[in-house]
Design a protein around this ligand. Sequence first.
Ligand SMILES: C[S@@+](CC[C@H](N)C(=O)[O-])C[C@H]1O[C@@H](n2cnc3c(N)ncnc32)[C@H](O)[C@@H]1O
Length: 237
Amino acid sequence: MNLIKEVKKKREFFGLPDSVVKRALVESKDDIKEARSLLRKYFGVFLTNRVLKGKGDLLGIHMSSKKRDYGEFYSKILKGVDDVGSVVDLGCGVNGFSYEYLPKGIEYVGIEAAGQLVELMNVYFKEKDFDARAVCLDLFDVEGVVKILRKAKKSRVVLMFQVIDALENMKRDFSKEFISVVMENVEVLVISLPLVSLGGRKKFAVRRKWLVDFLIKNFDVKKDFEMFGERIICVRK
Ligand SMILES: C[S@@+](CC[C@H](N)C(=O)[O-])C[C@H]1O[C@@H](n2cnc3c(N)ncnc32)[C@H](O)[C@@H]1O
């Protein structure tokens, strides 16, 4: 039996890259139920029926984007960053639907594991004739990510909004390695960390000192502020 195929028979997982499913299978020692439950933990909360059906304002439905006023959000993040050529959005969720709030004429590339979201965004980009595309890729495919970054128009601004936890859950300490490689190929990196849990209930004691210390030690931290329940940190080389 092909275990990857078997796991992907559940509709919410069929669009995930095989490498993501394989990691869950390794972690669950090839137990299909357990692998699905891990994937549900990592990805399932974002793949709700309303999001998958792709009706209405997806930015307002998706858990991590619904609190944002994107106009204000991007203008604060990009203020002082001259000549932005492209925005590459790693683990973009449904952020691609916010393209209109970015400065005019920018190339947008969203990288996302959930294939269903990628398809929805690509249909939208085509309809609107935007200089934008979404790619279904596992961020652990670092070579694939670097290829995309190298091709993007300079100056390149990379977004990692609320993805550090997802990466760390899958592989501890992967983010530091990953950020170092990303920084070799971009001009600006913007990281956001949730200050409250995604359900919004309990207050997080999220200090993530290890990440902030790492960023301060290795890069030039240009901005560090809180907005819409997120801590935003912008760094340059
Ligand atoms: C909390 S959501 C944040 C979405 C978006 N960045 C935002 O802030 O609105 C995390 C996203 O990262 C994606 N993700 C998690 N692990 C990933 C991986 N290994 N490769 C690609 N995408 C991944 C998830 O599918 C999910 O859409």
